[in-house]
Design a protein around this ligand. Structure first.
Ligand code: IPE
Ligand code: IPE
Ligand code: MG
Length: 238
């Protein structure tokens, strides 16, 4: 529905008005279960949907995409599932994330890095460094929790002796200078935030769909963005 930016209107600002979109990529496990497969299989298929969706968001002129890939609470899952997700994430350092970086996305990892091993940390830093001059941004929320984000930011301000103002706290968050999300899309049918971008989502439009994440297609992104275009954002005004 939305023109792929490079096709017809290369310089036109996207007509839908979404500058920053964020996805709670939920429903991988149920997708696999429906097929009699282990949950890990759903995560692999979900990773393909991630590539499809991120690429399409870029095509329709969205400048910032944030994906919720692993929460600070997801460590509670069975060990083999956590292991499979970590494995997939590690593979993506040299695959999908690397490809996106080469295609012009700035990759940023948001979340608590203290639980990652030195090799993985090194790869994460390298990807961020190599892609830092790209304009479009992909924030990958991995071991991310909104509460941890806020607490971490408060500690940063305290250690730097800065005032506790909204402006200072905003830039001390993992998302730093990134504009707040305009639209948060959650797949998988649950209507909750599950500790995602708590501070940053204050005035985000929320969109929930029953579509399970691995089934997410370009047309589903269109539907969310079209719904956003119909919303009346007031930010507390009239
Ligand atoms: C989302 O899918 C991916 C992660 C949280 C890592 P789920 O694994 O939560 O899938 P469901 O909700 O159990 O179907
Ligand atoms: C939210 O999904 C986290 C991610 C998508 C990474 P969960 O499946 O963990 O959320 P709950 O447990 O249903 O709230
Ligand atoms: Mg879930």
């Amino acid at each position: 529905m939305f023109f792929r930016q490079n096709e017809k209107f290369p310089d036109q600002k996207s007509e839908h008005g979404v500058r920053h979109i964020a996805f709670i990529m939920d429903g991988n496990g149920r997708w696999a279960k429906k097929r009699g497969m282990p949950r890990e299989f759903g995560h692999r298929e979900g990773a393909k949907a991630f590539q499809r969706v991120v690429e399409y968001c870029g095509d329709i002129g969205i400048e910032y995409v944030t994906v919720y890939a692993f929460s600070t609470e997801n460590w509670k899952r069975p060990e083999n599932e956590v292991k499979a997700i970590m494995q997939l994430f590690t593979e993506y350092m040299s695959e999908a994330f690397r490809v996106f970086a080469e295609k012009g996305l700035r990759i940023r990892f948001i979340g608590d890095r203290s639980r990652f091993d030195a090799d993985l940390l090194c790869e994460m830093n390298r990807l961020e460094q190599d892609s830092k001059d790209n304009k479009k941004v992909l924030n990958v929320a991995f071991n991310y929790g909104g509460r941890e984000d806020i607490l971490h930011a408060v500690k940063v301000l305290a250690s730097e002796g800065k005032d506790f103002t909204e402006e200072n706290l905003t830039v001390a968050l993992y998302t730093e200078q990134c504009p707040e999300p305009d639209l948060i899309v959650r797949t998988g049918g649950e209507m909750r935030i599950s500790n995602f971008l708590l501070w940053q989502s204050a005035y985000a439009e929320l969109y929930f769909t029953d579509t399970l994440w691995p089934d997410m297609q370009e047309k589903d992104v269109d539907a969310a963005v079209a719904e956003f275009a119909r919303r009346n954002r007031r930010f507390g005004g009239v």
